[in-house]
Structure formats: C-alpha cells, structure tokens
Ligand binder design. Sequence first.
Ligand code: 4NP
Length: 173
Amino acid sequence: MQLIIFSKMENIANQKEYRVLFVCLGNICRSPAAEGILKDMVSKAGLSNKISVDSAGTSGYHEGSLPDERMRKHGRMRGYDFCSLSRKFRSSDFDKFDIILVMDDSNYDKIMRLSPSVEDEKKVYRMADFLQHLSADHIPDPYYSGDEGFEFVLDLLEDACTGLFNKLRNGEL
Ligand code: 4NP
C-alpha cells in the first residue's frame, strides 16, 4: 500500500505542467463541455495543480453566459456540472496557454489568423485528432440540433478527452 502511494506521489511530482484551452464558436456548447469533461478526468487523477483547463469562443456572442441549458442538461445526465462563463478568445491567450484545441476548421482558421508567431501556431490542435474509438474529422456544432446532437457531441468529447488526457499524463504534447 505504501509503495502504491509513493509511486503515485512520484508520478504526480514528475507530471509535466500544461495549461489547456478549448475553443469553439460560441463557448456555450462544445468548448465548455470539453473543459468540464477534461477537468473531471484531471481532478480524479489528482492532477489539478499540474493541468489547468479553460475554454473560449471565437465569437463574443454569448460573453458572460453560462453554457447552453441543453448542454448543461445532457452533461448532468452524465454526472458533469458545466458552469464556466463564456468569453471571447484573444491573441494574448497564446501566451497564457500551452495547448489550444479547436473543434472545427472554422475555429482553426480563425485562431491561426490570430497567432502571433509560427512557434505559437504549433500550440493549436484539432480535438477530433484525439478520438480513440469514434471516427469524425471535427466536433459538430450541436446548437441547431436536438437531443441526439448533444449526446453525439458528448460521446465525441468524452472519447477525445480520454485520448488527450492520456497524452498529457504521459507528457507527450
Ligand atoms: P458552440 O455552439 O460553438 O459549440 O458554443 C454554438 C453556440 C451558439 C451559436 C453557434 C454555435 N450561435 O450562433 O449563437
């Protein structure tokens, strides 16, 4: 038992630090859900002081709002409390974060245009590239969909967050 605790403490001490930012269009559906899911994984692994997680939108349409009530409801059905307030992405976020994950090509193009340097561009990843079991080339916007659209987005985000978390835990990014 002592050995297990010591080995876990050693793993945490060696854990590389990351500041992770998820980005979508409105910052009320996909990116706050990804934020809540990854935070849950990080917290359960005891790594909250090593891996910080935030989210933002390429638009400021919903600045200051809680996540969409439909996303909150579907999140609650899986045990999450999505409660971050929407804010717009700024180019200074490139200084504040190590990893920036976008949900679709439109997010990707907008964020890349705001990148201050070629070095900063290397921080931008597509969330769909971390999918383990499901297959998709982007995380679709569920805003105009029904219940199945929100459930599908949560399936994709849980799968991709698992792949992402494994890489963060192993210091692979
Ligand atoms: P999100 O979804 O980008 O996943 O937050 C959307 C939320 C709001 C709008 C579009 C997408 N909107 O047009 O207001």
